[in-house]
Design a protein around this ligand. Structure first.
Ligand code: SF4
Length: 288
């Protein structure tokens, strides 16, 4: 057995893992000297959702999409809305899971497209899909070959190398921009703002991929007018005269998991949306 540690290249955590050891996301491990996804094909959530629920406001509105989640996440948001699957190691969990191959998932998506249920493809969502990016890539290739669409809902804390692996197959993304303060990302969420900005910036240049962004407003952490002004102005600058007009979803937080602060004031969400509209054409509010 090799004693040498192997470093995972997926995210900012750069976990250096000994043989058999699992990374911070609880989904990737060192197996025989190679970093692999333990959660490959492990499905914890499966639903035919309205596309607006991803949220995507301007990508095939009025349709539905087969939405699939596994387990694991590389952030540690105290307010996680899906902590049962994101903070799970896939074994010590009290959730139902089943294994599906990319072929089985693609077949189900095609069935839901052809039987009049309005499905347009597959959305990789619920937990952080990119801690198991190999399953996203393998499934997305089949979904495209079958003439359907792929959607990615991600926290954007992934390297450019991993983004390049999946971007050719993704038709639309919703990426979280959870704060515009590097310290908030580092200390509160255990993430990396610069990595998220680079992810969003590269995705915004992919002409085949529609991009929308979501900011969940948590009282006392990312709710200042100045921060929203900076965040929305940065998103607007990504346009660079191309007219892509990236939509921003500003959503309301509710106490969950380890965060007990009261739910975000609805009036504050509206005030922040008004500020974002100074810079952006398409601003949506959610959870209000
Ligand atoms: S994806 Fe997981 S194992 Fe890889 S660096 Fe990030 S937290 Fe560590």
């Amino acid at each position: 057995m090799s004693e040498e540690k192997v470093t995972c290249n997926v995210c900012h955590a750069h976990c250096a893992l000994s043989e058999g050891q699992t990374g911070r996301c609880m989904a990737r491990w060192n197996n025989g000297g190679k970093i692999k996804a333990k959660n490959y094909g492990v499905i914890t959530s499966l639903a035919l959702d309205p596309i607006e629920k991803k949220p995507l406001a301007r990508f095939f509105p009025g349709t539905r999409i087969l939405s699939v989640g596994s387990y694991g996440c590389n952030l540690q948001c105290p307010f996680c809305q899906n902590y049962e699957i994101s903070r799970s190691d896939g074994e010590a969990i009290h959730i139902q899971s089943e294994t599906m191959s990319p072929e089985e998932l693609c077949s189900l998506a095609a069935e839901l497209k052809n039987n009049g249920r309005g499905n347009i493809g597959v959305a990789f969502t619920y937990n952080e899909p990119l801690v198991g990016w190999e399953f996203v890539r393998d499934t997305a290739k089949l979904v495209h070959a079958a003439g359907m669409k792929n959607v990615l809902v991600s926290n954007g804390n992934a390297s450019q190398e991993i983004l390049a692996e999946i971007l050719p197959y993704i038709d639309a993304m919703n990426i979280d921009l959870k704060s515009f303060d590097g310290n908030c990302y580092k200390d509160y969420l255990k993430g990396d703002l610069d990595m998220v900005k680079a992810f969003i910036s590269t995705a915004s240049r992919a002409e085949h991929c529609d991009l929308e962004i979501t900011s969940l407003i948590v009282p006392g952490h990312n709710d200042s007018p100045e921060e929203m002004r900076d965040l929305s102005s940065w998103i607007a600058a990504l346009d660079d005269g191309r007219g892509i007009e990236i939509p921003l979803h500003i959503t309301r937080y509710f106490p969950r998991y380890r965060e007990s602060a009261p739910a975000t004031d609805i009036a504050l969400i509206h005030r922040l949306a008004a500020i974002a509209k100074e810079n952006l054409h398409h601003v949506y509010i959610g959870n209000c």
